[in-house]
Design a binder for this molecule. Structure first.
Ligand SMILES: Nc1ncnc2c1ncn2[C@@H]1O[C@H](COP(=O)(O)OP(=O)(O)O)[C@@H](O)[C@H]1O
Ligand SMILES: [Mg+2]
Length: 241
């Protein structure tokens, strides 16, 4: 088994990195507006072409559809990217990690059923509250559950477990999917790293950023052909424990 620990550390490159991330965020934002103008005009153009309905216009319509498809792909990438860069200073409130993961699993239940994936839940009923931002945390958990389902295209099992450790409230997500090799484990949390066709490679870095914004951390263990285990740990707030 290969594993990485992703802990927050004081890095001299950090300030430079943050500056570049800020810049990239602004760039993404600037690209979004002209892109939506292009998209809107592509839609208008295809309406015009549909009305013409000649062999020439049908060919043009196919090309316009390709442009629209690529436009949508870029919009999706920008959306994910902006979500990734915008996460700062979120307000945390006491809440239940069990409730958060249950809501996410409910959203994916139909997909799990369709893919022949059995979801097993072992949620500690006495789990202490943690400080959380519901929308962000659910987005992080969704990315992780989505990845797990995607790794089990011919069925499998997703085990979800919550428990307390000496210092934290923890969540395990264990899938019996494809697993990944050591090299992928090393790079999977990097923005844009993806082994999937059309994958954004932003799911895991976004999840990690959100978890760290909760004062938590995420680690992974994986084995090709056997599956992957993610462990999330959140601090128990002193006042609430
Ligand atoms: N549960 C998992 N099982 C197998 N591989 C995974 C899992 N989660 C993440 N990965 C790997 O990490 C990569 C990055 O994941 P992510 O950042 O969500 O991007 P994407 O899903 O768009 O590829 C994936 O392409 C895949 O190789
Ligand atoms: Mg993903």
């Amino acid at each position: 088994m290969s594993s990485t620990e992703n802990e927050t550390e004081v890095d001299p490159m950090r300030a430079r990195y943050e500056e570049l991330a800020e810049l990239a965020g602004s760039l993404a934002h600037e690209i979004k507006n002209p892109l939506s103008v292009i998209h809107m005009n592509i839609d208008l153009l295809s309406e015009d072409l549909e009305e013409l309905d000649s062999p020439g216009s049908r060919r043009s319509l196919e090309r316009v559809d390709i442009v629209r498809g690529q436009c949508e792909r870029m919009e999706g990438l920008l959306r994910d990217f902006l979500k990734y860069t915008r996460l700062r200073d979120i307000d945390l409130l006491p809440g239940s990690l069990n409730d958060q993961i249950l809501m996410v699993l409910r959203a994916y239940q139909a997909q799990a059923d369709a893919d022949g994936i059995d979801v097993e839940k072992y949620l500690d009923p006495d789990l202490p509250a943690i400080l959380l931002h519901s929308d962000s945390l659910q987005a992080a958990l969704m990315n992780l559950v989505k990845n797990a389902l995607e790794s089990m295209d011919s069925g499998g099992q997703l085990m979800v477990r919550t428990y307390t450790t000496r210092k934290s409230v923890a969540l395990d997500l264990i899938d019996t999917g494809s697993g990944v090799d050591d090299n992928t484990v090393l790079h999977m949390f990097e923005p844009f790293y993806s082994t999937k066709d059309g994958g954004s490679g932003l799911g895991l870095p976004t999840a990690r950023k959100i978890i760290e914004a909760h004062g938590g951390r995420i680690s992974v263990q994986s084995e090709v052909g056997r599956g992957t285990k993610f462990v999330l740990e959140f601090p128990v707030p002193k006042r609430l424990s």
